[in-house]
Design a protein around this ligand. Structure first.
Ligand SMILES: [Zn+2]
Length: 267
């Protein structure tokens, strides 16, 4: 019996009988995931050397309902096993992260990008009545020092959402003429990478609604900034109708890596 078959047999012996296949991966962060059809377990290669009690936890991770305390205990037990950290570090050493310069220019992890695409589409349907474009470029910015998000209109002007009361969103200069409806386009929505930090999930949702309100106010009314038209939209979609949030938002310390996580339950 090779290691793979042995591992699978051990899991099935512990009750994870739906699993038919285990694929071992040298991931940098992800430990375990189950395929949609629940037949394949993707497991970090570190689990090939897992002792029996860690195999117990892997089996519980597979069999327990993710909403239960049993599942959370399984995750905690997995994380507590020293082999996990060793395995992840080894994978990171094998495949080093991109250079800081590249990272700064990147637009979030693939998971974050698909998460934001899906979030945008769902909010467009559920809160904006499908009024917004079906798709817009959405970027995760690693460089926003104070802002949480911004919309870039085709042209130059930007409406930003600042953290804290010290700074308002940048309004267009005086006399900026609104283009005719047919010419209005949105270049992109950008959100601060810090919104993906643990504890910021509500602010991530609120900032997305804030920026999407700018999209509607601009595309439908030629309105930029945080005036009455924008506030009406913001209130209708139930986000905080202010340029600067009054909530506390966690920021990462300067020079530290941006989080790669996505919220588990935002919708
Ligand atoms: Zn704004």
């Amino acid at each position: 019996m090779n290691d793979h078959t042995h591992f699978l047999a051990e899991l099935r012996r512990r009750g994870a009988v739906e699993i038919r296949r285990v694929v071992f991966r040298h991931n940098r962060t992800r430990l375990l995931s189950i395929s949609k059809d629940r037949v394949t377990l993707n497991a970090h290669a570190c689990f090939l050397s897992a002792p029996p009690e860690v195999l117990d936890a892997v089996a519980r991770f597979v069999t327990a309902d993710p909403r239960t305390a049993a599942h959370r205990r399984a995750v905690a037990a997995l994380r507590a096993w020293p082999g996990v950290e060793a395995g992840l570090s080894a994978a990171r050493a094998e495949r080093p992260a991109r250079s800081p310069a590249r990272a700064a220019e990147s637009s979030g992890s693939p998971e974050q990008r698909s998460f934001l695409r899906e979030l945008y589409a769902r909010l467009n349907a559920s809160r904006f009545g499908g009024r917004l474009p079906g798709e817009l470029p959405i970027r995760v910015s690693h460089r926003m020092a104070r802002r949480l998000g911004q919309v870039r209109f085709a042209g130059e002007s930007v409406s930003g959402r600042a953290a804290g009361a010290a700074r308002g969103g940048a309004a267009p200069g005086p006399g900026a003429a609104a283009p005719a409806a047919g010419e209005r386009r949105i270049q992109e929505i950008a959100l601060s990478a810090d919104l993906f930090l643990e504890g910021n999930d509500r602010e991530l949702l609120d900032t997305m609604l804030h920026e999407m309100s700018h999209v509607e106010a601009f595309l439908l009314h030629g309105h930029r900034g945080h005036g009455a038209i924008w506030r009406t939209v913001a209130r209708r979609v139930e986000c905080e109708a202010r340029a600067c949030t009054r909530k506390r938002v966690r920021r990462r310390p300067r020079g530290t890596r941006a989080p790669g996580r996505v919220p588990a339950n935002l919708l």
